[in-house]
Write a protein that binds this ligand. Structure first.
Ligand code: AMP
Length: 341
């Protein structure tokens, strides 16, 4: 027999089985919506080393990846960031051609763009940060343009927590949904400020190591419970090639990652996941837990493209058909029949 969608209320932290739910949804996600989304984060240069190669200077940044993913579902994507004199105008043009507004991207004439360098371990799931040069980020004071006011969705990409907070405080009407991403770097150097922002958001995204660091718990279930006590009603724990978990109250839902033959560069996968997640929610205008289940599948599908090439290159190539095809692969991956014993 086929498994039916999981009941709404599960026993504490029982995993739901979503394949039937997802497989029957035929919503078209390919026509960008006009509901606006603000994305905040870094636009950067990265130097990356993976077991498959090395690049010294490539476009990166949390907001760059979020925007390249989200614009497939919603336009405009209203970008808030800062770049230096060295950031290529062609990249801005590329983003604008995809419905990304850059009025909120400040350009500093006498400073370099944010620079990050990382080296991946052989498993490609873990990495060491080698360099974080804040450059323009040091004096960044994000200003939300008047034309961005009223946006219903806010994606706080990985950035200094005090800047994420400043953006929330500038919104005259609180967005319907605030999603926040962060990383261990900020937990190490700005924990108290980070906790202030966490209090104010609806969804927090972290990876498994960060969830453990933030909560002090080894068990992810206990970590999730403890982090949700800090404020967010929803928590997503990303586990790299092992998928992602979505927690809400006593419910937990699991989305796998697509097993890929080649993973060249995982940089930006988390941000791309976030862009797909919030882009889909903004497009469907539905922020229920049920719809978030679909949204984390969409996020996982977008992330699966990102890792196929170095930097955001692959995100620039994909079409609506590619996204639909990949979503169908996710359905196949988890769709099964079972005879109950
Ligand atoms: P991800 O692989 O999803 O964690 O994102 C990697 C991207 O985040 C890279 O392109 C970096 O430029 C950017 N990044 C790295 N460290 C930071 C940081 N501390 N704050 C903001 N963005 C960062």
């Amino acid at each position: 027999m086929s498994l039916t969608p999981a009941p709404k209320l599960l026993k504490p932290f029982e995993t739901s089985i979503y394949c039937a739910t997802f497989a029957t949804q035929k919503k078209s996600h390919t026509k960008p919506s006009t509901m606006s989304l603000i994305t905040v984060g870094t636009m950067a240069f990265d130097a990356i080393e993976t077991p498959f190669g090395k690049v010294d200077k490539i476009i990166g940044g949390s907001a760059t990846y979020v925007a390249y993913a989200a614009c497939n579902f919603i336009q405009p994507v209203q970008q808030v960031s800062i770049v230096g004199y060295d950031f290529p105008e062609e990249e801005m043009e590329e983003l604008r051609s995809r419905g990304v507004e850059t009025d909120g991207v400040e350009k500093v004439a006498d400073k370099k763009s944010f620079f990050w360098s990382g080296k991946y371990h052989i498993d490609m799931n873990t990495r060491d940060t080698l360099v974080t040069d804040l450059n323009v980020l040091e004096d960044f004071n994000p200003i939300i343009p008047e034309s961005y006011q009223g946006a219903e969705f806010l994606m706080l990409g990985n950035l200094m927590p005090k800047l994420q907070l400043s953006v929330i405080n500038q919104m005259r009407v609180r967005p319907k949904l605030i999603v926040m991403d962060t990383m261990n770097f900020w937990m190490d150097i700005a924990l108290e400020e980070l906790k202030e922002v966490i209090k104010k958001v609806d969804v927090l995204l972290v990876n498994d190591g960060e969830a453990r660091q933030l909560s002090g718990e080894v068990s992810l279930v206990k970590a999730a419970r403890s982090i949700m006590m800090m404020g967010p009603k929803y928590l997503i724990i990303k586990k790299g090639e092992h998928g992602a978990l979505l927690f809400h109250e006593e419910n937990v839902f699991f989305a796998p990652a697509l097993p890929l033959e080649e993973v060249y560069d995982p940089t930006g996968a988390g941000d791309t996941f976030a862009g797909g997640f919030i882009g889909y929610l903004a497009k469907t205008k539905d922020i229920s837990f049920e719809n978030m289940k679909t949204a984390i599948i969409v996020g996982s599908a977008m992330a699966s493209f990102c890792v196929e090439k170095f930097g955001p290159d692959r995100m620039k190539e994909i079409t609506k058909e590619d996204i639909d095809g990949r979503l169908a692969e996710f359905v196949q991956l988890v769709n099964f029949d079972i005879a109950l014993v």
